[in-house]
Ligand binder design. Structure first.
Ligand code: ADP
Length: 179
């Protein structure tokens, strides 16, 4: 048995994938929003918001770069990991570090909850306007670095909603596996 983690990409809708945990690109209020966040809450049903409200009561929300975990309601996944991506603000506001933290903290939370498979959307590349090429590089490199040190995850799946992100992520995966 090899202990390497598969890193893969598909073009599709993250609410439809069967993995242990899907990641949500949430906002710091955790109260739901548009984009992938809206899609996850709609498809998963009220249980997700119920759990988010408990987290809000406990810790007041979620800071940029951090992650929290809830049940997944009607989704095929078992958990939703909500992470708050940085809003792109020109690149001098630690946006890159914060985006890498989103991936690392989500992977750690998945590992802590015994997840073997996890799916990510392209965090911050929608309403938050992070440049897609840089976001793809940070996403794949951060995941590749993490799985080099932690062997418990079997698969990390990038679920891309548009062709451009899909192509960028695929080419980063090819680069990262080539060295
Ligand atoms: P952010 O505020 O972090 O930019 P968005 O939800 O606006 O979050 O966008 C993040 C990414 O998720 C974008 O690339 C967007 O196209 C994508 N996205 C939107 N809906 C879905 C979905 N159902 N499944 C997967 N990705 C999605």
């Amino acid at each position: 048995m090899s202990n390497t983690t598969q890193i893969e990409a598909i073009l599709g809708d993250i609410t439809k994938v069967t993995v242990d945990a899907i990641v949500n690109a949430a906002n710091s209020s955790l109260l739901g929003g548009g984009g992938v966040d809206g899609a996850i809450h709609r498809a998963g049903g009220p249980v997700i918001l119920e759990d988010c409200k408990k987290i809000i009561a406990r810790q007041g929300g979620c800071k940029t770069g951090e992650a929290v975990i809830t049940r997944a309601g009607n989704l095929p996944a078992n958990y939703v990991i909500h992470t708050v991506g940085p809003v792109w603000n020109g690149g001098n506001k630690q946006e890159r570090e914060k985006l890498a933290n989103c991936y690392r903290n989500s992977l750690q939370l998945a590992t802590d909850n015994n997840c073997k498979t996890i799916a990510f959307p392209n965090i911050s590349t929608g309403i938050y306007h992070f440049p897609k090429d840089e976001a793809a590089r940070i996403a794949v490199r951060t995941v590749a670095d993490y799985v080099k040190k932690t062997y418990t995850l079997h698969k990390v799946l990038f679920v891309c909603f548009d062709e451009e992100n899909y192509k960028l992520i695929c080419s980063e995966i090819i680069h990262s596996s080539g060295n």
